[in-house]
Design a protein around this ligand. Structure first.
Ligand code: ZN
Ligand code: ZN
Ligand code: ZN
Length: 362
């Protein structure tokens, strides 16, 4: 048990990027149902005869859109979603992305089969493979944006485990291209723009700077004596040459982690091959830490990047792309669903410390 847990934390924290979002950090135990007992028994088979996403069963999916590096010996494969939430058919109102209101037939919904290995986890994939996967995301996003000017946002996300909404156990991600910007991204874009107008800088960059300054010393203005030291580097989980993984100070999910480029960049499409190589390393190490600390974790990750089209005008100075990783370790309570206030029973500081200090293989 860490210091901050000993002291017990009970406070409402306002999200620094989207101030309308807040989280109650209450480290008292037993406040909410835990998911610990229904952690998935990991399906670590590498090939499953009946799985439509396994190699050799290609005819069980709709014809592929693309396969890398080739259609037979593919490493990554893109296919249309058999059950699209967007497309020619009617709306599927249970889509929890705030997009229900706009389904009118010109969105796209595709599946990316991440890896030929059925049960492999992200942290078990090679850095090279992860780099290729994010390069494929990038290429497909660019193609979709170019294919129809009405598309404003291409969301890439991954559901891992049934609690995170994955209906097929074979590792995969999804791409949804929509004529509107999802609400979460819209909020981040709007508020970060306001922050930029007020402070003249990107709020994400400010948070990164803060997170990287391990210790800040506050001096008394009169006497010059040290008044207090604050430990602000406590949110860094992993750091690469170009990317950093941070445990947000007011995160909604106990083990939520964000990965951001250290240098300001608003659009994921502008990340270079060299960027993605470092990104892959930071992602792999971060997921290995999560796996060590939480074990068999079910999660969603999604890419947030500057929207296209002119809905928000230019946000290239104020928005900063990132990957949000949201592990599903507890069930939302009625209080959370009813109030919209998330409850975190692990303090973000102790979570970051546990993730940072756990030993992982190099
Ligand atoms: Zn499979
Ligand atoms: Zn920035
Ligand atoms: Zn975001």
């Amino acid at each position: 048990m860490s210091d901050s847990e000993d002291q017990g934390v009970r406070e409402i924290r306002i999200d620094p990027i989207v101030p309308t979002q807040s989280v109650l950090v209450a480290t008292a135990r037993g406040m909410r149902p835990k998911k610990d007992e229904d952690r998935i028994d990991r399906d670590n088979r590498s090939h499953v005869e009946t799985c439509p996403f396994c190699r050799g069963n290609e005819e069980r999916t709709p014809p592929e859109i693309k396969a890398y590096p080739d259609p037979k010996e593919w490493d990554i494969r893109i296919v249309p979603n058999l059950y699209p939430v967007l497309g020619d058919d009617e709306a599927k109102p249970n889509l929890a992305l705030g997009l229900q209101q706009v389904i009118d037939g010109y969105g796209r919904h595709e599946v990316i089969i991440d890896n030929p290995n059925h049960g492999i986890c992200v942290h078990e994939m090679t850095q090279d493979h992860l780099k290729n996967l994010f390069t494929v995301y990038q290429q497909r996003m660019a193609e979709l944006y170019a294919s129809d000017k009405r598309l404003k946002y291409v969301l890439v996300f991954k559901n891992f485990g049934p609690a995170a909404g994955a209906s097929i156990p074979h590792t995969h991600s999804q791409i949804i291209a929509t004529p509107v910007v999802p609400e979460n991204v819209q909020n981040e874009v709007t508020y970060s723009k306001q922050y930029h107008a007020k402070h003249g800088q990107c709020v994400f960059c400010s948070l990164i700077d803060e997170a990287l300054t391990y210790e800040a010393t506050i001096y008394d203005r009169e006497s010059g004596e040290i008044r207090r030291k604050i430990n602000v580097g406590q949110y860094v989980v992993e750091r690469g040459k170009k990317f950093v993984a941070i445990k947000p100070f007011a995160s909604r999910y106990e083990w939520e982690i964000h990965i951001l480029p250290l240098q300001h960049e608003s659009d994921f499409l502008e990340a270079t091959a060299e960027d993605l190589e470092d990104f892959a390393n930071v992602l792999k190490r971060t997921m290995a830490r999560l796996d060590k600390v939480v074990g068999g974790v079910q999660y969603n990750y999604f890419l947030h990047s500057a929207p296209h089209g002119d809905t928000f005008g230019d946000c290239s100075d104020s928005y900063h792309w990132h990957l949000e990783i949201c592990p599903r370790t507890s069930i939302p309570t009625g209080f959370e669903l009813g109030s919209g206030l998330f409850v975190s029973t692990v303090s973000p500081e102790s979570a970051a410390q546990a993730l940072r200090e756990v030993e992982i293989e190099d």
